[in-house]
Design a protein around this ligand. Sequence first.
Ligand SMILES: [Zn+2]
Length: 315
Amino acid sequence: MASKMPAAIDSNKRRITISMAENSDYESTLECEFCDAKVIFVNGFTREEGDKIISVNPYFRLKASNTHGSECKYNVEGQVKLIVRESEGNVLAQTESGKFELRLLAVKKAINELQNLAKKKKNSESDNKKETKEKEYIKSEKKLGSYINSALRVLKVRSFCEENKDIENLLELVFDGVRLPWKDFYYEDKEFFRCYSNVRKATVTVPVAIIGVVKSIRTIDGKNGKFSVVNLAGPYRKTDKKDTLDSVNVSIWSPDFELFESYKVDDVLLAFGIFDASKVSEKSNKSSTSSVNKFRNHDLRLWPISKSQLCKVNG
Ligand SMILES: [Zn+2]
């Protein structure tokens, strides 16, 4: 089982971060932060994959023939078993074959239910009623949040894996009785275009998970008030026109400014929920030094209803 790690321990017992490793500021041999498995540093790089320009972030990975200890947080099987044991309700379950499954319909229902409660809370007129609704909401948020949280914990384990196959042999995704491949549920930045087209053409909305690097956190003054907006860095794609590039913009919106308070630029963020994909729109490029005049933007948006739909993966 391969894991990508954001830090390691060197032979002087110092905690080595990615930026330290990039500057060769460590003594070999490197070990996992949480067990004695040997690890190595993999440098980041950019590459062209078909018509896509993608960058791979640097990370630490297991050295060949090493495995993480059974209690280590990078041990995929151990972690999934732990999450299943600690999860509430029937959102995670063991199947007859001994594998585990994550039931996405239960998670979708939990998200929808919270959304409805939030609307009701907002629309209730008298202060008296408001208080009751508030209490009802907090109670439900706790219960539904624990469903969403179980899903998010599983996703966090996936985010440590190098590939889908590291987790899909162990944990299956099921939506309304149908099995869903991990590649259609969990998207890293190089897969944002595919995520956009899947969300755009979906006839039934399924929650998906997106993981990416925070590019900016801004306040936007909208028609209906102020919003806090997190943008993730996305890949570009060549088009048949030389001066035009395809771009994909993943953003997370909230009127609740506290929701993004603990995040900053360059954090690796995992966002999970029902995303909206709006029609492709053209934008001119403001940079005068570039030969690219236009972007064809593919917009993916999430309005999280609960803070359990987001988490930081690095650090
Ligand atoms: Zn380990």
